[in-house]
Design a protein around this ligand. Structure first.
Ligand code: G3I
Length: 468
């Protein structure tokens, strides 16, 4: 694994950052039973949820560490089976009333989503694959690479109706040298999708990471804007009519709600911001829209459950929309964990269904669609230190743990289904556990974060999102 991989991993797992003062904790605060069954309903999304003000008191938010004492055991901090969010919904019929089986994570209903519909609004409940099961809700996607679409072809074709290139459409992959575009690998993925009637998301046009060295070398504001526009124009036009949605700007907001700036660690800072300032974001969206006016344009980021971060994203998007910038949706990456952190200074402390729901409500209050863009659910608890002895293996990924993972997956899918009127896609960051970025750490730490196992067989998590 490369140093970049390590660096990026630490972006997600060991950020030190500030957080707003009005953050709320994890755990169950839901009221009312989780209603299930019934016919398709249209959920209503309430107005803007109150979020914390960006900025505020600083606290260090660390992630799961791969060194030090501790073990994978841990206790669940989620408070159990109360799952809620019963809300009145236009046309919804409300039948059934059951809690989440096992309840590893507390979930609560806020924001007035509709009741859960067992058929997901479309199919007849007898579906045996993900894409049919969720046909009435949203496309089900998977991140693929230039090998996995073949090695994992059977499950990909059976269960997914959308793909995204995990790495092959990033800036360094498509324009490794200035003006020289290499579409070979990405084209193979797009052709595969086209042959199998799958939608294609494009990931990602402008990001602080995975850029070729020439891009920022000697760049003034004007030259960098020109380089960015040329890249976007070339790439988006190349895939015009084939890629229906683009992650135009990726990860521009920090955990405290501020812009990712030009200061700090090299792997975390944004040279885009450093050289151009915040206007690079609007410039990127305008260039993408000009290149393909029919493409849906997304802002994509992680840790959307952190109150200060979701507020920062909301404020930025509101400003862009007020300026007439063509933004159509928000991608919530959703790299999740088996349970929230119990440490108040860890980003994972905020990782609850309730907090993610607030993000959905907040973003959609702007009239934007929302997509879950990089879903996976790690076995590791943020803020807990793991050593080689406590890294999970196929042997220590027990049935009980698999069930716990399944229950947490189900709790988040309940949330997604409740907000199906604004959620227009759910994409997993990978296909099966044998090929996940979460197992690519130099430390040798393996993870099992997806719905299909190392042998491409469905896990309990698959059953959990299929059978409710
Ligand atoms: O392709 C090269 C290969 O030629 C070389 O031999 C090998 C040696 O290290 O590296 C290969 O590139 C690696 C690439 O993945 C493909 O495997 C890079 O080093 C490695 O840094 C890269 O990691 C990717 C990471 O983004 C950085 O781009 C992960 O696979 C990918 O899952 C991850 O995805 C990101 C999203 O784009 C944004 N959100 C977070 C998410 C997870 O970190």
């Amino acid at each position: 694994m490369s140093t970049k991989m390590v660096a990026l991993s630490f972006t997600l797992f060991a950020c030190a950052c500030s957080n707003g003062p009005s953050a709320v904790g994890d755990g169950a605060s839901g009221s009312g039973p989780l209603a299930r069954g019934g016919s398709a309903g249209i959920s209503q999304v309430g107005g803007a949820a109150s979020g914390s003000a960006a900025g505020g008191a600083s606290s260090s938010l660390g992630g799961a560490s791969v060194a030090g004492a501790g073990g994978p055991g841990g206790t669940a901090s989620g408070a159990g089976t109360s799952a809620g969010g019963a809300g009145s919904a236009g046309g919804a019929s409300n039948a059934g009333s059951t809690g989440v089986a096992g309840g590893t994570s507390g979930t609560s209903g806020t924001g007035g989503g509709s009741v859960i519909d067992a058929t997901c609004g479309g199919t007849n409940g007898t579906a045996t694959n993900l894409k049919d099961k969720y046909a009435g809700c949203f496309p089900i996607g998977a991140a693929v690479d230039s090998q996995s679409y073949m090695t994992h072809g059977p499950i990909l074709k059976a269960h997914f109706n959308s793909v995204v290139a995990e790495n092959d459409m990033k800036f360094n992959a498509l324009e490794p040298n200035e003006g020289s575009f290499t579409y070979t690998n990405a084209d193979k993925i797009v052709d595969f999708a086209s042959s199998n009637s799958m939608k294609v998301r494009g990931h990602t046009l402008v990001w602080h990471s995975q850029n070729p060295s020439w891009l920022f070398t000697g760049a003034t504001k004007d030259t960098l804007i020109a380089r960015m526009k040329n890249h976007i124009k070339n790439v988006v036009q190349h895939y015009k009519g084939k890629v229906y949605a683009w992650d135009v700007v990726n990860e521009a907001i920090m955990e405290d709600g501020s812009y990712r700036s030009g200061s700090g660690d090299e792997d975390k800072k944004s040279h885009w911001y450093e050289i151009i300032g915040p206007s690079y974001i609007a410039e990127a969206f305008r260039a993408a829209h000009e290149a393909d006016p029919n493409a849906k344009l997304f802002y994509n980021d992680f840790y959307d459950y952190i109150p200060a971060k979701q507020q920062g994203i909301y404020t930025m998007l509101k400003g862009l929309l007020a300026d007439g910038v063509p933004v159509h949706g928000v991608g919530m990456q959703c790299h999740l964990n088996i349970e929230p952190s119990t440490k108040t200074d860890n980003q994972g402390y905020y990782q609850s269904v309730e907090n993610l729901e607030k993000a959905i409500v907040l973003y959609s209050s702007l009239g934007l669609e929302v997509q879950v863009t990089e879903l996976d659910l790690s076995l590791y608890i943020p803020g807990v230190s793991y050593t080689k002895d406590t890294f999970y293996t196929a042997a220590t990924f027990t049935d009980a743990l698999e069930l716990k993972q399944a229950n947490r997956y189900q709790a988040f899918f309940e949330l997604f289904r409740r907000h199906r009127n604004v959620i227009t896609g759910v994409t997993f960051w990978g296909i099966a556990d044998d090929n996940t970025w979460l197992s690519e750490f130099d430390s040798g730490r393996k993870d099992f974060p997806l719905l299909f196992d190392n042998n491409h067989q469905p896990k309990k998590a698959f059953d959990a999102v299929m059978n409710f």
